[in-house]
Design a protein around this ligand. Sequence first.
Ligand SMILES: [Zn+2]
Length: 439
Amino acid sequence: MRHRRQCLLGLDGLAWADFQSLLAHFPKSRKYFRALENIDFESNCFTTAQPVWAEILTGKPWYQNGCVGYAQPQTSLNKLVAFSEKNLSVEASLIRPKEGSKAIIINTPILVPDTATRIWLSDGSLPLNKLVSPRTLLETKPFSEYKPRPYVDIGSALVSTRESLENIINIEALRIEAALALLKTDWSTFICRFTAFDHLAHILGKDFLETNDLEIFPLLNSLMESLDEFFQYVLSLADVEIFILSAFSHQACRSTLNLNRVLQEAKFLSAKPSIFSEEEDTHRRAAVSLVRNVGSRKNLSSSYEGRIVTVQTVAASPVSGCVYINSKGKFADGLVEKTAYQETRAVVSSYLNNTLTRHYGARVTVRQNPVADLFDVALPEFVVRIDGVEFDNMYENGMRDYDLPRTTHCSKGFVLMPSAIAKSSKVEPWQIKDLMYAR
Ligand SMILES: [Zn+2]
């Protein structure tokens, strides 16, 4: 029997209903999707791409693989470093090219280039000096033109949303072309994530696929045509086992919340005043939200970095939704002694639960890290998620219900997989790996 090849395609940002709207534009590939079963995908704690994809790639939950966001604090709550595959506590074992074969990785978070068995096109989230690997790809189109996402400066995004939208669509069209070219080469594991729909939902609102009177519709239509052809090709490959997955979807944003301000109010955290006035801060926030809309680096928005007075802080949230106890074992400038660690953890836990539940009721989940002793482990003790709330470490006001982003991520996505493998009605990210290698 011929060996099956594994293919995982990401459509992050789409809910199952959005995908149905998209299928209406797929006349060529629609029938092939019927062979796949739809299962709910529930990412639980996280709604950002890096930690969800780290669970998918490693087959282990966050508290075992070590990834909780685009960055992590190292040696101090004031110092964030970008999180990559190299920081994982376990191997990204979903990518297992068979001997003599290659893995192809396109637009996938945390993964890095420079392995002999990997062809890699960047997702643009890591500070690396290359966009494609190996560099020999640069000799041919479309790889020589590959860009992971639009690099527009803040000023041009402010004056031209239309230009940003066109950029997003053109970049994705090039990605589809690159993916199709690579699909036709020799590989045994293929991972490609399409992200235009996520970016567009941030800019146009979550139901944009249901309206066809958008100014950009002709361009969007041609993108959907290319995607239709891509799916028609990949879904008709006989020896390939296909998984199609959206790791999160969109919901209306009801408010934003700065968890550091919540901790500050109870004196768990002390911070130096912002170097920006309130007015400057508002402008900066607007600018950063535009940059984020077109998918630029999120760490622009963590203005608490460098401002935490670590000698007076017992807990802080340096990474979206994650709360760390400032223990001496974790951080070189930590405050909490080993003897006070468990009590501090319990006090902060009950404060977060009580305060957040009072405001947000059942929409709040404060997930405890199941590892009992994290005194000297650089992982967060708690991960907070609140439905409809965007975490924002930058805005000086704690909570805000005006001038909001249109949407925020929601932890529910979907996964399509071969019917013979689909056994349950719901899967979590870390379960995908075993399903992919189930037979
Ligand atoms: Zn998004």
